[in-house]
Write a protein that binds this ligand. Sequence first.
Ligand code: COA
Length: 168
Amino acid sequence: MKVIYPGSFDPITIGHLDIIKRLNDMFDEVIIAILINEAKHSLFSIKERKQLIEKDIEEYKLENVKVKTFEGLLVDFAKKENSKIIVRGIRAIADYEYEMNIAQFNTNLYPGLETIFLLSDPKFSFISSSGVRELASFGGDVSKFVSKNVKKAIYEKNNLGGKNNGKY
Ligand code: COA
């Protein structure tokens, strides 16, 4: 069975990785779908985000996982991929309210499409990509929230020499 795990992943965090590892164990094929959204200001380009995710997948040996990008509607991407299963992570009630609405829109647009929700591990439920971006921009330690690979990239982006001036 093939499932799609969509998002912006700017950048991928250990919260996302936890969901991806669980999906890798559950499904034959997991497509991480990075949304190309020119309107949204992002820290990492689409190409960079894809490379960062691919490195993490390789490091964690997640053999059932592939990374793709998409533009436009998620349901059109799902049709193209021949999959009727979308997966989203839920960290808190606020995520649920937002996700329920999108899931219902999507099923209405593509009858038969199911959205599966995985509850975030409580250890990671406060982590967000924007939180990580902000922390890194002030030179804070992001080690507990992203992989080594992403940590290096985010400090490089913030002109901190890939290791926050040697502090972390
Ligand atoms: N661990 C860590 N962070 C998580 C997380 C997890 N398990 N699950 C969600 N998040 C965070 C992300 O880091 C991100 O944080 P930020 O906003 O602080 O940076 C936030 O939750 C939401 O990001 P993301 O999961 O990437 O969702 P999104 O809202 O950017 O995109 C799409 C969601 C891509 C599924 C949706 O916008 C989409 O399908 N767009 C295409 C257009 C479409 O078809 N719309 C629906 C029809 S109405």
